[in-house]
Design a protein around this ligand. Structure first.
Ligand code: ATP
Ligand code: MG
Length: 221
């Protein structure tokens, strides 16, 4: 079995709500190996986004531990490698409106301290089929094109793992399939692992390991 690139143990997360404490994640254990694809399905409000945010270090668990593989540094907390060990793809793309496509991709490298990266950004835009749109602003791109830019951005720091939260949720059926094909293709090509949150059984079935999130726990689907 290949090396582990993400390890989560005993994750718990609750939120305060007007009607009391909401125990969203009760006990989550998850291991993802290099190059592996894993999907998580679950009803709306079951805690999928909350879980991905904990896995990527965008939020902290109430208890439990997350570790990510960072090149040359072994397994470390996502807070210590934010922007490097993990790439995110969001449902609503989360591109910077005032930056062009290539600048959006390059920004992720700059934030991670990699300096000038226009060449690599252009290479990645070519990889996702958008070489001809590199100078376009997000407002001048279609939804599918925006998500391709976001996929290129997620790859630029060569993360060991990509976390994708309903990446096709805002796209029509045909474009959604194209984007999913591309995502699965590029993660395989770059040997990145993928954790895919999706409502689609069809897309989930294309990943190697499948889970269902319900009542705050993951069960194999
Ligand atoms: N910051 C917060 N404060 C209070 N409650 C929250 C907060 N974030 C999420 N929740 C609640 O936690 C639950 C899980 O939310 P989450 O966004 O993780 O669900 P989800 O599975 O991603 O749903 P969807 O499929 O609709 O995206 C929801 O009931 C939500 O209302
Ligand atoms: Mg969600």
């Amino acid at each position: 079995m290949s090396e582990i690139v993400l390890q989560a143990n005993g994750l718990k997360k609750s939120f305060k709500s007007p009607t009391g404490s909401l125990n969203v994640l009760r006990s989550i254990d998850l291991e993802v190996h290099a190059g592996e694809s894993v999907s998580i399905r679950g009803s709306s409000g079951s805690g999928k986004t909350t879980l991905l945010q904990l896995l990527g270090g965008l939020d902290v668990p109430d208890s439990g531990v997350v570790k990510l593989q960072l090149a040359n540094q072994g397994m470390i907390s996502p807070h210590r490698c934010l922007g490097q060990g993990v790439g995110f793809v969001f449902q609503n793309y989360q591109l910077m409106a005032e930056l062009s496509a290539w600048e959006n991709v390059a920004l992720a490298a700059q934030i991670a301290g990699h300096g000038e990266s226009k060449k690599e950004a252009l290479t990645l835009l070519a990889l996702v089929g958008l070489a001809h749109r590199a100078e376009h602003m997000p407002s001048q791109l279609s939804g599918g094109e925006c998500q391709r830019v976001a996929i290129a951005r997620a790859l630029i720091n060569r993360p060991a793992i990509i976390l994708a939260d309903e990446p096709t949720g805002n796209l029509d059926e045909v474009t959604g399939k194209e984007v999913m094909n591309l995502l699965l293709e590029v993660v395989a090509e770059r040997n990145a692992a993928l954790v895919l949150v999706t409502h689609s059984k069809e897309f989930a079935d294309r990943t190697q390991r499948r889970y269902f999130l319900s009542s705050g726990v993951l069960t194999p689907a």
